[in-house]
Design a protein around this ligand. Structure first.
Ligand SMILES: [Zn+2]
Length: 467
């Protein structure tokens, strides 16, 4: 049996962390067994489906490197096929037309609820002798009324449903469009899907889908229902979290390697190992060690992993990612030092590309103003001469060497009777607008003579005008 898995999102909003995890599991499972991974867009809900959402799904998958072998298939392009199966099912008696109006269904529902019963369609039209011409209808699947649906979930073990609890599912709406649950079944069947790996919110759909497959005498795929991911507070993600959309992580400067490593570990484990490369995962991944319980999201852990990958992947690769990131932030990296040198100097300090871009910006653009707390502490009269002396010495440099910069700072410390630390802090504020930076001589070296002199001059001017 050739393994075939699918990722089948509905394009009704953002691509969420939870969806990405089922995509990742499906993708890895297919890769592990040299199978195929299919992308299918379930867009039969016309009112809620958006093409922007499709773009965002494709973008998210591409960013993480989850390539698909077939598709994307769009359900809206397969409507004729669904119609054909529904016609056959109507003929064979596995489906029937239901003429009940939405009002009648709603009235029945309210009555059942008021009587304390579980609301369900009671099957008025199930055995109609004559069909009504010219009347609007839905098509319902004739679910068996006795027996059980039993399936072995790869994550949760055996799951049993009594058929009597499942009412006759609508498979075609009154507007002629087939419903989600039906399309999924026909797609999984036509596309020879062997393993359906999806969120646990689909468990209740599974017995209905199995019954439809059985009525079509089709093979039943293996199901694996993955648990939820909860937010930092152990609750369901909400829109307010703004932490669910995968594209956010791209925007915030996370690396695909870190995101994949993080997401896979939300629910799957291999001993106590924390760090996994993709090639390793392709060999190790299986469905058997996926956790049944919900997993809680932790941004701290993701940041830790991201820092790990920034420090451990090649400088070449990180600098390529950072270049693109900075270009997207409209930072002109041609107007400053080589990014790789900057990275080398700063690498161990950052958690995300966003942090880096934010800090590196000052090497390419002038910063607007000094922070008030630094003004009062550093941009003061007693520092004026130090800045002037350093300015004059650097101005006369005919070479640009890091050792010469260290000497200037050192000499100025002796001359002005200030500690090296004091001088370094002053230069950090003046040249980078901040008090934390790596070795200041290295920073000055990368900043270059022109920008350094300009910023020293700016600070001198500032102090002079403050008085
Ligand atoms: Zn009916």
């Amino acid at each position: 049996m050739k393994v075939k898995t699918r990722f089948a999102p509905s394009p009704t909003g953002d691509l969420h962390i939870g969806s990405i995890r089922t995509a990742l599991y499906s993708w890895l499972f297919a890769r592990r067994y040299n199978g195929k991974f299919i992308l299918r867009i379930e867009d039969t809900d016309f009112e809620r489906s958006k093409s922007l959402s499709v773009q965002s799904i494709l973008k998210g998958l591409k960013w993480l490197g989850l390539n698909w072998d077939e598709g994307p298939y769009f359900q809206t392009q397969r409507l004729d096929r669904y119609k054909e199966v529904i016609e056959t099912m109507l003929k064979t008696g596995h489906a029937y037309k239901c003429y009940c109006s939405p009002e009648a269904i709603e009235a029945e529902r309210s009555k059942q609820i008021s009587e304390g019963k579980k609301p369900r369609y009671t099957g008025v039209c199930r055995n109609l002798k004559t069909q009504c011409a010219n009347k609007k209808y839905t098509v319902r699947f004739k679910n068996p009324t006795f027996g059980k649906v039993i399936f072995q979930d790869k994550i949760r073990g055996q799951i049993t449903f009594n058929n009597i609890e499942l009412d006759d599912l609508i498979i075609q709406r009154s507007n002629g469009i087939p419903t989600y649950n039906f399309c999924v079944v026909i797609d999984d069947l036509d596309m020879n899907i062997t393993h359906v790996i999806r969120g646990e919110d689909h468990i209740n759909n599974t017995p209905r889908q199995i019954n439809i497959l059985k009525s079509l005498k089709a093979n039943i795929p293996i199901y694996a229902h993955v648990s939820m991911i909860l937010n930092e507070n152990g609750k369901k993600f909400s829109k307010r979290d703004n932490a669910e959309n995968i594209i956010e992580y791209y925007k915030r400067g996370f690396l695909p390697e870190a995101v994949i490593n993080y997401i896979i570990r939300l629910g799957w484990s291999h001993g106590n190992q924390e760090i996994f490369s993709l090639s390793e995962l392709k060999k190790l991944f299986n469905l058997d060690t996926i956790n049944k319980s919900a997993s809680a999201f932790s941004i701290k852990k993701l940041l830790w992993l991201n820092k790990y990958y920034i420090n451990n992947l090649s400088l070449e690769y990180i600098s390529k990612l950072l270049t693109n990131y900075m270009i997207n932030q409209n930072i002109n990296i041609k107007k400053g030092p080589d990014l790789k040198s900057l990275l080398n100097l700063y690498k161990n300090r950052f958690h995300t590309l966003q942090d880096m871009a934010c800090s590196f910006r000052l090497f390419y653009e002038e910063f607007e103003s000094f922070d008030i707390k630094f003004i009062n502490k550093y941009l003061i009269l007693t520092n004026l001469n130090v800045l002037k002396n350093i300015y004059n010495q650097i101005k006369n440099f005919s070479f640009w060497k890091i050792e010469m910069l260290s000497d200037v700072i050192h000499n100025e410390s002796i001359k002005s009777n200030k500690t090296l630390k004091e001088i370094n802090m002053l230069l950090r504020v003046v040249l980078t607008g901040n008090v934390c930076s790596p070795n200041i001589s290295s920073v000055i070296f990368l900043l270059g003579k022109e920008k350094t002199l300009l910023r020293l001059k700016k600070a001198i001017f500032f102090i002079n005008n403050k008085i």
